[in-house]
Write a protein that binds this ligand. Structure first.
Ligand code: F6P
Length: 323
């Protein structure tokens, strides 16, 4: 393998830059040329490539976002789009790809590998932590720390006014951010996509708390398909708890930005290097992940299709500690 390319795609995540840096430096260490592709699959289709040198990735590892930008490409879903992408890669002589992103990215990457045979290795970069084949995804730790910072601040004002706050966090289909921020933020209740909970359940739990003389409460809510579910839930609860003021905060894309934590920088650096070493070792159509502190390579089809269930211990701890 003489030339590889790296791109970021889908929702950005803090630590993606550290990962790009690791891919570039790792490739150069092994005397392999490396190109960056801007805006993920869309840039691949449009031929938006840049040759990367060691200095191209200086002073980026501490920054959130991605220097290669990101996009969710509709064109890549078409055969014609993928053909254009292949022609661009061929004309540059690229014979290996590192795709940093989440399940949408891996779905495109494995399809492209099947159609055109260019070896690809995925790296899990998404704040949602919903990827099978790795204990943690790049960006998750930073996102949880961002939510905790916000929850701590909201607790101050919730306490001063004796209010109930509904705090909506990201993770459309996965409650990893929600459960971890609920435990770390000392919330009274958490609403997870993995578990059905009705407004009545929340009302009951909050009323029990009020009876036990809780003066304020925090409810962490994982967003649904569109942001705003916490408002719906808060309105339903309001009708049943008139003794308390209720407020809603939707944290939204704040969770996607900011300086990556030490955990994310280290994970991203390991995974970026692991992806390059995997490619050079002949691995393809797999995702690099870290499980029990060891580098592992999981077929992309499993990374996409298998679910990584929430740890039931966390759900149990949340239940006990929120009394
Ligand atoms: O997958 C990452 C994520 O941040 C989800 O948690 C969230 O639901 C979604 O992306 C938001 O996507 P967009 O940036 O396109 O609004």
């Amino acid at each position: 393998m003489k030339k590889i390319a790296v791109f970021t795609s889908g929702g950005d995540a803090p630590g993606m830059n550290a990962c790009i840096r690791a891919v570039v430096r790792g490739a150069i260490y092994y005397e392999t040329e490396v190109y960056g592709i801007y805006r993920g699959f869309q840039g691949m289709i449009e031929g938006d490539f840049v040759k990367m040198e060691s200095h191209s990735v200086s002073n980026i590892l501490q920054h959130g976002g991605t220097i290669l930008k990101s996009a969710r490409s509709m064109d890549f879903k078409t055969k014609a789009g993928r053909k254009l992408a292949y022609n661009n890669l061929k004309s540059k002589g690229i014979d290996g790809i590192v795709a940093i992103g989440g399940d949408g990215t891996f779905t495109g990457a494995t399809l492209f590998f099947k159609e055109y045979g260019i070896p690809v290795i995925g790296v899990p970069g998404t704040i949602d932590n919903d990827i099978f084949g790795t204990d943690k995804t790049i960006g998750f730790d930073t996102a949880v720390n961002t939510t905790l910072d916000a929850i701590d601040k909201i607790r101050d004002t919730a306490d001063s006014h004796g209010r109930i706050f509904f705090i909506e966090v990201m993770g459309r289909d996965s409650g990893y951010i929600a459960i971890q921020s609920a435990i770390g933020g000392g919330a009274e209740s958490v609403i997870l996509p993995e578990k059905d909970a009705t407004a009545q359940d929340v009302v009951q739990h909050l009323k029990d708390g009020i009876r036990r003389e809780k003066s304020f409460s925090i409810v962490v809510v994982a967003e649904k398909d569109d942001p705003g579910y916490a408002v719906e839930l808060a309105n339903a609860v309001k009708e049943n708890i008139e003794s308390k003021d209720i407020r809603v905060t939707i944290l939204g894309h704040i969770q996607r930005g900011g300086t990556p934590t030490s955990t994310d920088r280290t994970l991203a650096s390991r995974l970026g290097l692991g992806a390059v070493e995997g490619l050079l070792d002949g691995k393809k159509d797999v995702m690099a992940g870290v499980i029990n502190d060891k580098m592992v390579y999981t077929p992309l089809k499993d990374a996409i299709s298998k679910t990584k269930p929430l740890n039931p211990d966390l759900i149990r701890a949340m239940k006990i500690l929120s009394i």
